[in-house]
Design a protein around this ligand. Structure first.
Ligand code: BGC
Ligand code: NOJ
Length: 818
């Protein structure tokens, strides 16, 4: 049965079109690409911030409030006795037409009511610290109409955490200035802040409000402000309490007439000496310049065109044409878009991440680069070096850092023992994409050691950190946790006030991780390759010996008979074994050990993946482990704190599904890989929108597993490593277009029913048009390649020989014909 659908893809415009303001959860989009960002829901809820969603929040947003999605960029219209919102909320009036189009970097709301059609387009122009809202109104009726329009934003008092907690102070700090049509938010500007915000419109206004309670009226919510009901602003000036910015415009539209208004919400920083224009009066020059840049429809249209061209260019680096339109739309549009968002924001600000908790995660951000390096490699280089600078001299790393200060976050500290090796992945992937070996020579200090170190030294210490932290079986010590934050084997917490993430007891010298073991072998091999490519042969030999030892330890102590063990706990007992009653098999070690090549020759890899299929795969994806933990167990920690089927306790934790997808391709099982991909990829979930609940155009962190009350229901959309990994798996392992040091490799592992596949790939300045024919219905085959009509041996397009534009023709042949 097909459930009610709340929207559909418009691939032509690269938009997702939402057809109801009452989606199962707010379906959001992101605005901004670099430094100034906004979250915007399908009813214009959300907020924006400059760089740091905790310290530089412009708009107040009430997470987890009722009604949900409370606070945003609101526009109220009053015409005769009818009041409505142009984005479908917060006024609950039913619209004659509602449509939200989330596009790449903009969102558009189209509504009609009382024969007034409105089109509101919200975006952050490239390179600007401002959100621009263009409101187009037209009278489609036969009568002239007089409309009262009210805008509304509620200011956050900058520090979002303090704003939601420290009322004894912050209800006395708010300050505003009004200058014509521009409303300024200058809270705390009198003291140490050298930044303010403003909200302007390119027309004279009839009135304004800057004090929330005056605008809303006593005990009212956003859904029915008194000022709107009266059709009259109060010209209120906020002194403390809750400052807002609301314009009141009275508009007359003749029958058939249209009008366009442009609103700009801007953020300005000034050097201390230029802060004031007169005592107590803020310097408005930069705001005026910004307003002037967007004071007409034409200027806004031109900026929107730039944004579209920017995305067109970015998405041009990888474009796929397969026989499956869902696969194409996912890879060509939404997955790459989500990759940019995860790269920018790590796990900081979404509908599920409050923007005040986490900074940039070390493991998260390193992994996010693998979905983004082909798009803006310069930013990836910078990010890797920022991460490198938060590493400590012993090779461990701060688990998170704050984007504003770029300093390691002391509250959470380190000891997540998978962290260091992710930097080998990000660095190797970056160099394969760009050929830029100079990143290895970049000077970077350690967080706790000044000196003249290069980035390569950081990778070496990352590798050494694992070597120096081995447990009783010669396997890597897990520390606080490995990739699975919730497998807390050294925590033993019995106190609900303790944090699982930071509590660690004992000397942590026993609990070991097979996930880190596989990760060490996999990225250790990358490290060895980097050593060889930079003529560090002795170091390569040394590293290889440690990898060989690790492979031996996995063979001896990490195989459970049918699959790879997950861990040894602090008492030396097995986790993820036949011997266990619950948590017999885990996904992470199957993914990482097979990706590392362990068991590929002797059949164990096949057994392990078959076991995944048998025990972990379900309709909605591959569950993290089985059977779920039914009770809390202090020797396992947070994983056993979740009700069965949710999050790490046997949920489908999408991030690790692509590890299995990649592993399947290493076995050549393209049909299975594709099947797993289609279970979690949002483009395939159009028919289960109501159940799935989160946005049908982006990956979510988790889909509830078989044991849950609601299997198939997703949570935590947008900011998940799933995005980068799914793109990496689908583009590099299913489509098999894989950057390597010497060029681009063509190593597809396709669903066998695909007769062909085309990919346009920009790579180190060249453009390859790659056409792959699969005449024998294979998944994997011998690659028979011609470049510009010339046969080329092997599966590599040698970068040095083929610059510029080239046509690459590939045929997949059965081994006997290859
Ligand atoms: C969640 C994890 C998350 C961690 C981060 C846990 O509660 O279950 O998925 O990584 O918190 O702090
Ligand atoms: C979410 C975190 O962001 C990520 O770092 C972690 O690996 C997963 N949760 C699994 O626990």
């Amino acid at each position: 049965m097909t459930e009610q659908a709340y929207g559909y893809f418009d691939d032509q415009r690269k938009e997702y079109v939402i057809t109801s303001p009452f989606t199962p959860s707010p379906w959001i989009n992101y605005l901004g690409n670099d430094g100034f960002y906004g979250l915007i829901s399908n009813t214009a809820g959300g907020y924006c911030f400059y760089r740091d969603p905790k310290f530089r929040r412009l708009l107040r947003y009430r997470y987890n409030n009722v009604p949900v999605d409370c606070g945003g960029r609101y526009f109220y219209l009053k015409c005769d006795d009818e009041i409505w919102s142009v984005s479908g909320r917060p006024v609950p009036t039913e619209l004659d037409h509602y449509e939200c189009r989330h596009g790449l970097g903009y969102s558009r709301f189209i509504a009609s009511k009382a024969q007034i059609r409105t089109e509101l387009t919200c975006f952050i122009p490239l390179g600007q610290t401002a959100e621009v809202y263009r409101l187009h109104l037209s009278n489609q009726g036969e009568q002239d109409k007089t409309l009262n329009l009210f805008s509304l934003l509620e200011w956050c008092l900058w520090n979002a955490e303090d704003d939601g907690a420290n009322f004894q102070r912050n209800l006395s700090t708010g300050e505003v200035e009004v200058d014509g049509s521009v409303l300024y938010h200058k809270t705390e500007y009198r003291e140490r802040r050298n930044h303010y915000a403003f909200y302007g419109v390119n027309q004279p206004i009839q009135g304004f409000d800057t004090d929330r309670d005056s605008f809303l009226g006593p005990y009212r919510g956003f859904e029915r402000p008194l000022a709107v009901e009266k059709g009259q602003a109060g010209n209120s000036i906020a002194h403390g309490w809750s400052p807002i910015a609301s314009h009141h415009l009275e508009l007359t539209l003749a029958a058939g007439e249209s009008q366009t208004l442009v609103f700009v919400l801007g953020y300005v920083e000034l050097p201390v000496e230029y802060k004031w224009q007169a005592p107590g009066i803020i310097n408005k020059q930069p705001a005026k310049r910004m307003l002037a840049a967007f004071d007409s429809d034409e200027k806004v249209t031109a900026e929107l065109a730039k944004l579209t061209a920017y995305w067109q260019q970015l998405l041009g680096h990888f474009h796929i044409q397969s026989p499956d339109e869902r696969f194409n739309r996912s890879l060509n549009i939404w997955n790459q878009y989500q990759n940019m968002v995860t790269f920018n924001l790590s796990r900081s600000a979404s509908f599920y991440e409050s923007g005040i908790g986490r900074g940039m995660g070390f493991r998260d951000s390193n992994q996010d680069t693998i979905g983004f390096a082909h798009m803006v490699p310069e930013r990836v280089r910078e990010r890797i070096l920022d991460l490198s600078a938060t590493q400590k001299k012993d090779g461990s790393a701060y688990h998170q850092y704050q984007p504003l200060t770029k300093k390691g976050n002391a509250n959470i500290g380190g000891n997540f023992n998978d962290d260091p090796m992710w930097m080998v992945l990000s660095t190797a992937n970056y160099i394969k994409e760009t050929g830029d070996f100079s990143i290895l020579d970049a000077r970077v200090n350690f967080d706790d050691e000044e000196g003249d170190f290069d980035h390569f030294e950081h990778l070496k210490r990352a590798f050494s950190h694992v070597v120096n932290h081995l447990g009783p079986h010669g396997l890597p010590l897990i520390g606080r946790a490995d990739w699975n934050d919730c497998l807390n084997l050294n925590c033993f917490s019995e106190d609900p006030n303790e944090s699982y993430q930071t509590t660690e007891r004992g000397d942590a010298k026993v609990a070991e991780s097979l996930m880190i073991a596989g990760q060490f072998v996999l990225y250790g091999q990358e490290f060895v390759q980097l050593c060889k490519l930079t003529e560090r042969h002795k170091l390569a030999d040394w590293a290889q010996q440690h990898i060989d030892l690790m492979v031996g330890a996995i063979d001896q102590h990490g195989w459970d008979g049918q699959w790879f063990l997950r861990a040894y706990d602090a008492r030396g007992q097995k986790i993820g074994s036949q011997e266990n009653q619950q948590g017999k098999i885990f996904i992470e070690s199957q993914g990482f050990c097979v990706m590392a090549g362990i068991g590929l020759q002797d059949g164990r890899a096949r057994l392990a993946l078959d076991a995944v299929n048998q025990h972990l795969a379900c309709e909605f994806g591959i569950m993290l482990q089985q059977p779920a933990y039914s009770d809390y167990d202090k020797y396992k920690g947070e994983i056993s704190s979740y009700p069965p089927g949710y999050k790490e306790n046997a949920g489908i934790f999408c991030h690790n599904n692509p590890w299995i997808i990649i592993a399947e391709t290493l076995l050549g099982r393209g049909d299975q890989a594709y099947d797993y991909f289609s279970r979690i990829s949002p483009a395939y979930l159009q028919d289960v929108q109501q159940l799935h609940k989160t946005e049908p155009y982006v990956y979510s962190q988790m889909i509830a597993g078989r044991d849950a009350a609601t299997p198939g229901q997703a949570k935590n959309s947008w900011l998940s490593g799933t995005a980068a990994w799914c793109f990496y798996a689908a583009s590099q392992y299913i489509a098999g277009i894989r950057p390597d040091y010497q060029g681009l490799r063509i190593m597809p592992c396709l669903p066998s029913h695909w007769p062909s596949l085309s990919v346009t790939r920009q790579f180190r300045g060249a453009v390859y048009q790659i056409d792959i024919a699969n005449p024998h219905g294979l998944s994997q085959g011998v690659v028979d390649m011609q470049i510009d009509g010339e046969p080329v041996p092997g599966d590599l397009i040698p970068y040095a020989r083929y610059r510029g534009q080239h046509k690459v023709q590939v045929r997949l042949l059965p081994p006997e014909q290859g």
